[in-house]
Write a protein that binds this ligand. Sequence first.
Ligand code: NAI
Length: 349
Amino acid sequence: MRVGIIKGNGIGPEITAATQRVLEATGLPFEWEDIPIAGVAIQAHDHPLPPETVQRLRAAKYNIKAPLIVNKLEGRITCVQPDGSELTYPSLNNAIRRELGLFVNPRPIRGFPGVSGRHESLDIVVMREVTEDVYIGHEHKIGDDIAAEAIKLTTRAAALKVAKYSFEYARRLGRKRVTCLHKANVLNYTDGLFLRCFQETSRDYPEIQSDDMMIDAACYTIVRDPKRFDVIVTANQYGDIFSDLAAGLAGSLGLAPGANIGDGVCVFEASHGAAPDIAGKGIANPLALVLSGAELLDETGNHKEATAVREAVRKVIEAKTSLTPDLGGSGTTDSLAAVVSEEVKKILA
Ligand code: NAI
């Protein structure tokens, strides 16, 4: 069980250690490989994402990544390609996804009794396309602080790929409905193409209900009627925002896991960021990264252990044992990881 580890910044190192502890409680023989990125990689290779790092992530195949701090207004990064050409990305996170060909970011979000209020029945997976849309970072400015524009890219190939992944996922996990979120009434060409590719793909999956909704109506609907959605597929920016909204409804960003899936390589990461406001205080909620670890266990075929980790998290939240302050408790990152680990061991014993 070789797993690449990116410890990240801010609360990253704290929640990574907690996640490793919980995953080790499954008894699986993990071999952790620290992979340098950002500041550590700059020290060693003079670049935040050198080709050596990209190769190591690819070779490890399964990676866990803690959040990275990306400075506002200055995150651009240029990576040299094997043929000597260069590609510039808008941020380090965007560069990791695109250098590795990670095309979809599934974000499962579930409500929990006791912490999710009227959203405890929430149980959705947001499939966010992550290679295109306005996040390709093709922006330019006109004059100095006069105007600026950004390109929104949608290709048939990427829209079909994410739609197919979403329906295959629904079929594999027995999910009943896939909903496409878009704004095709305004963005006729880009979101129109995304929606048409979704509709074409849906015809190959007659046993799964499919429908679509405007992104603004979907934001209203998920607040009013959380049971309305099941699997959701959407473009990069809508998925980024909608999944944070859903995490807030579930009770905390600290409960929202995620994965970035490519062909032959995956990076598992929480939906939240590096939370610099609470970094170093030992109070960060590690559960989103722990649950991302459960996604990794599923992806590697260790379903029994994956289920045990999810079940342990559910039990600990329901019992309100050692919960961190974001969940209304007074526990710490370490104490929460300790009780979840003990619960994992009990379940698997
Ligand atoms: P954030 O997600 O880091 O924090 C938003 C709020 O949620 C803060 O109040 C924070 O304390 C809280 N929060 C987040 N995760 C938590 C956890 N596990 N436990 C308890 N509370 C938690 O978003 P923000 O502040 O916009 O971004 C901070 C930095 O993180 C920025 O540099 C941003 O670029 C980066 N970021 C990195 C991401 C990644 O590496 N995948 C994703 C999103 C942001």
